[in-house]
Design a protein around this ligand. Structure first.
Ligand code: HEC
Length: 116
């Protein structure tokens, strides 16, 4: 190989490797972040929301409020709105990121709306 060709080849290999490393790393970070968000949402639901839903719904099971046949939430927009209402009306003091995490968790676990 001429010197210029091998330099070019080296650069090509080098940037390809860098590109692959970066894309693997960011895909992983994304998965970890999504996983952490769902875990956070689950924890918040269990500690701040479940008991009251169990009691108020009269089902003595806090999950059933999300799956009852006459449930209020019929879209992801309404799910977010309902989480916000429960949060602010009841002064649960969730940060906006936490509201999103809980909404994502509830959607994944119970509602399964697309396009969110
Ligand atoms: C002090 C009691 C209380 C707490 C705490 C509470 N909620 Fe609620 N929540 C209710 C009641 C009561 C309803 C039913 C409202 C209705 O039927 O109009 C409800 C309904 C909901 C619904 C709608 C369910 C459906 O599809 O019909 C969602 C979603 C919800 N709550 C989210 C949350 C989240 C998330 C939290 C915690 C961050 C939370 N709530 C904390 C009392 C509570």
């Amino acid at each position: 190989m001429t010197e210029i060709a091998s330099k070019f080849y080296f650069n090509y290999r080098f940037f390809k490797t860098v590109f692959i490393v970066i894309s693997l790393f960011s895909a992983n970070t994304f998965c970890f972040a999504a996983d952490a968000a769902l875990k956070n949402g689950k924890l918040i639901e269990e500690t701040k929301c479940y008991a009251c839903h169990a009691k108020k719904s009269g089902f003595s099971n806090g999950d059933l409020i999300y799956t009852r046949s006459d449930r209020k939430v019929t879209s992801y927009q309404r799910l977010k709105a309902m989480v916000a209402i429960c949060n602010s009306e009841l002064r649960l003091d969730l940060f906006p990121e936490d509201e999103v995490d809980v909404a994502q968790y509830l959607n994944q676990q119970f509602y399964n709306f697309k396009n969110n």
